[in-house]
Design a protein around this ligand. Structure first.
Ligand code: ARG
Length: 458
């Protein structure tokens, strides 16, 4: 018996088919989960008296040996190992003889593979959440260190209004919190054990899927065997959550790339995260961040891939589903490395407070504060907006900051003494100190936020 399924098929597999259909290389990642699932399955077969206690004992001690071989990297894969399930069964047969053949009673590779994938995700997602927390912590730490530093906030990549750099960093902490929520939510549906669905319709044996679920820390078990082996929603959801996370990581990478450009100069990236040029000796390039941005497209491609893979499949199991792991594993790996790298970059990047402060002098970013001041003096906002727009026009024509427009002109434009005083004494720091609204850049608001995040992320 060359393959576990080759009873009916007489011819050997074409060499192209072997390569084409085998999934062992990718499956290796799930080896330990596969064996763990088998141990619990064997225990269940014993407690349900489907196999004898002695057989159960032989099977489980063989599986434990295999577990050890995998852990110590001494498990030898063979050329005919089609996937992880068959590799383990082949090795078990070598260890305990034909009794190994009893392990697959009341089970199919169709429910087994879903179990393996879910066990993998139950392991990897908490790690992912912990990595997000580390990233958030470093952002909060940086925000606290930079509390007095301000810069222009942008809209349309045009200077908009003065902002605390800390407030800008906390925007990423906030979005990462949503990322965590999405992973936690996805875990709820991952936490449904599929084992016992068998090939697609269940089995005639008196199995106990709840036993397996409980031992493997699943919250509950499947309710429909067809759905259990066909469902890959949990993979679509996980890659979606990773995709959104990567979009966030890509956006912060993009910002640091821009800020690190000598033309902007807001930040100086740590050297060990930069590379040089083979021709231009002066370069300190942000390649690592560019690759986070670039690899985000791979994850987005994987999301499109998994959607496309599933959308036309009839129920129940189809071999197409084997391709799901490529998308999943690659996405998990990219996000894990990207998070680890960015966490360090945030910590080690030098912030150029002077450059940020100087940039606030460009682009009349205090204009909105003048309009708001006029409103407090009784001018309707639309009218105030119009007047300040005119003042900006005058200042731009004369190539002056607003505060340097002469009093005569300001009076002629209808400004009274108090307004002139306000304009003359307004700077970015004052602009920030005027912000009182919740969730805005006012210093007290930002301090509160830092305190809040520190207690959430403890
Ligand atoms: N390698 C398969 C997968 O990843 C495992 C299940 C195979 N089932 C089957 N009937 N060929 O989906």
């Amino acid at each position: 018996m060359k393959y576990i399924w080759s009873g009916r098929l007489k011819k050997d597999l074409h060499h192209l088919v072997r390569q084409f259909t085998f999934s062992i290389e990718i499956d290796k990642k799930m080896a330990l989960f596969d064996v763990l699932g088998s141990i619990v399955h064997a225990e269940m077969l014993v407690t349900q008296k489907i196999i004898s206690r002695q057989d159960g004992h032989r099977i489980i001690s063989g599986l434990k040996k295999i577990q050890n071989e995998i852990k110590t990297d001494s498990f030898v894969f063979m050329p005919d190992d089609e996937d992880i399930h068959t590799a383990v069964e082949r090795r078990l047969t070598e260890l305990i003889g034909p009794c190994a053949g009893k392990l697959h009673t009341a089970r199919s590779r169709n429910d087994q593979i879903v179990l393996d994938e879910k066990l993998y995700l139950k392991h990897i997602i908490p790690e992912m959440i912990a990595s997000i927390v580390c990233f958030q912590k470093n952002l909060v730490k940086k925000a606290e260190e930079c509390l007095g530093i301000y810069m222009p906030e942008f809209t349309h990549f045009q200077p908009a209004q003065p902002v605390l750099f800390a407030h800008h960093l906390l925007a990423y902490v906030t979005m990462c919190e949503r990322d965590k929520d999405r992973f936690i939510d996805a875990l709820k549906r991952i936490n449904v054990s599929p084992l016992g669905a068998c090939a697609c319709v269940g089995t005639s044996f008196n199995i106990d899927p709840d036993y397996v679920a409980e031992k493997l820390n699943f919250e509950t078990i499947f309710s429909n065997s067809i759905d259990a082996v066909s469902d890959r929603d949990f993979i679509i959801e996980t890659i979606s959550a990773i995709g959104i996370l990567m979009v966030h990581l890509s956006r912060i990478s993009e910002e640091f790339i821009i800020w690190h450009s000598p033309l902007i100069g807001f930040v100086d990236l740590p050297e060990e995260f930069c590379t040089g040029s083979s021709i231009m000796p002066q370069k300190k390039n942000p390649d690592v961040l560019e690759l986070i941005r670039g690899k985000t497209s791979t994850v987005i491609g994987n999301l499109t891939g998994i959607f496309t893979l599933i959308k036309g499949l009839p129920l129940s199991y189809n071999r197409d589903l084997q391709e799901d792991k490529r998308f999943l594993f690659e996405s998990c790996e990219i996000s894990a490395v990207s998070l680890a790298i960015l966490t360090e970059i945030i910590e080690k990047t030098k912030i150029n407070a002077n450059r940020m402060k100087e940039s606030c002098k460009v682009g009349y970013i205090e204009a909105t504060d003048i309009a708001e001041y006029l409103v407090t003096r009784g001018t309707p906002f639309r009218q105030a907006h119009h007047l300040v727009g005119k003042l900006v026009g005058i200042a731009a024509e004369r190539n002056l900051p607003m505060a340097e427009i002469d009093e005569e002109t300001l009076k002629m434009m209808g400004c009274d003494t108090e307004t002139i005083h306000f304009i003359k004494t307004l700077d970015s720091q004052k602009s920030i100190s005027l912000k009182k609204s919740k969730g805005g850049t006012g210093i007290n608001q930002v301090k509160q936020e830092i305190k809040k995040w520190k207690s959430i992320l403890k």
